[in-house]
Design a protein around this ligand. Sequence first.
Ligand code: FES
Length: 112
Amino acid sequence: MNELDKSVVICRCEEVSYEEIEEVIRLGARTFDDIKRLTRCGMGACQAKICNFLVANIIHEELGKPLQEIPLPRMRMPISPIKLETLSTNSKDFSTVKSVLDEVEVKDGEVG
Ligand code: FES
């Protein structure tokens, strides 16, 4: 990872760059959750499913901490996006609930 350009975006959902993560580690962040609180990295639509491993690698390289000792980011409910309708009706039939992301239309690279 040291060969990456510092402007490379690590968290695509929240547009957090390698450089920003490196900076908060320099300021004292030691875990993914520390980095999350300071940069919003991991708070995007994928809930760190994409950036988790990349951030763990940066922590590993910057602090020399073994990867297996770096805790996973803390998860909060709901784990995946669900409709407000499901929450408001107290529905327990989650198997029929579609993700809100399933309803997003993308045309020519733009969200419609
Ligand atoms: S890539 Fe970081 S939250 Fe989605």
